[in-house]
Design a binder for this molecule. Structure first.
Ligand code: ZN
Length: 224
């Protein structure tokens, strides 16, 4: 039974990892000071802490179906609350939106008609917030094979969410003073590699030694 395995894992964590990292956990009980907000999909195959080799306390994470950030002004927006808290209260320096290969949400978005009956809540979520990506892909890549369509949808969805992030007053303000940097990433499940959007070439490129931050839309607007 899966839950039995999970409970064994809890015990193993407590008996081993927790003991060897006790000092870290004691320090964390006094507060958190993460410098990175990591936004990714709920998909079980992507683990933000594992792929970035981060310790507890290092990543502030927002996850949902399709790593989607509704634009500012959306009602009952828990993602917006998380972003505001990360930027204002925690002073986050970098925000990563990380999509992933074989994303079921993006696959669902490309065949959205099939979802309405079976999963009306997923349908509503994707129909509303995935529409910019769906429209772009269907209008511009009509004849592309389905695997290429999915790859483009995954990448374009990440870029759409970066633009949505830029609609938040708190982020615009921090971009204006260059206190926050945005990053558009895609994690590839089958290779374990991460690709980052390089705006200078308009492509996602493998992330090795240096980051490819998204150009700051507020640069040049700063007043004396
Ligand atoms: Zn996904």
């Amino acid at each position: 039974m899966a839950i039995k395995r999970i409970i064994e894992g809890l015990n193993e964590f407590h008996d081993n990892y927790f003991i060897t990292h006790r000092k870290l956990f004691e320090e964390l009980s006094n507060g958190q000071n993460p410098e990175v907000l990591f936004i990714t999909c709920s998909d079980s195959r992507i683990d933000p802490c594992l792929i970035t080799q981060s310790l507890p306390g290092e990543l502030f994470v927002i996850r949902n179906v399709g790593n989607i950030i509704p634009a500012y002004g959306t009602l009952n927006n828990s993602e917006g609350a998380g972003i505001e808290y990360a930027v204002q209260a925690l002073g986050i320096k970098d925000i990563v939106v990380c999509g992933h290969s074989h994303c079921g949400a993006m696959r669902g978005l490309l065949q959205i008609g099939n979802l309405a009956q079976q999963m009306p809540l997923v349908y509503d979520w994707l129909k509303h917030y995935g529409e910019p990506t769906r429209r772009l892909v269907l209008d511009n890549y009509k004849d592309a094979p389905s695997d290429k369509l999915l790859k483009i949808a995954i990448e374009q969805n990440v870029l759409t969410q970066i633009e949505n992030l830029e609609t938040y007053p708190t982020i615009r303000s921090k971009l204006y003073s260059s206190q926050v940097t945005l990053h558009a990433w895609v994690y590839e499940i089958e290779t374990g590699e991460v690709f980052a959007y390089d705006a200078s070439v308009g492509k996602f490129k493998i992330l090795e030694n240096r980051p490819f931050p998204v150009p700051n839309i507020m640069t040049g607007l700063a007043l004396e």
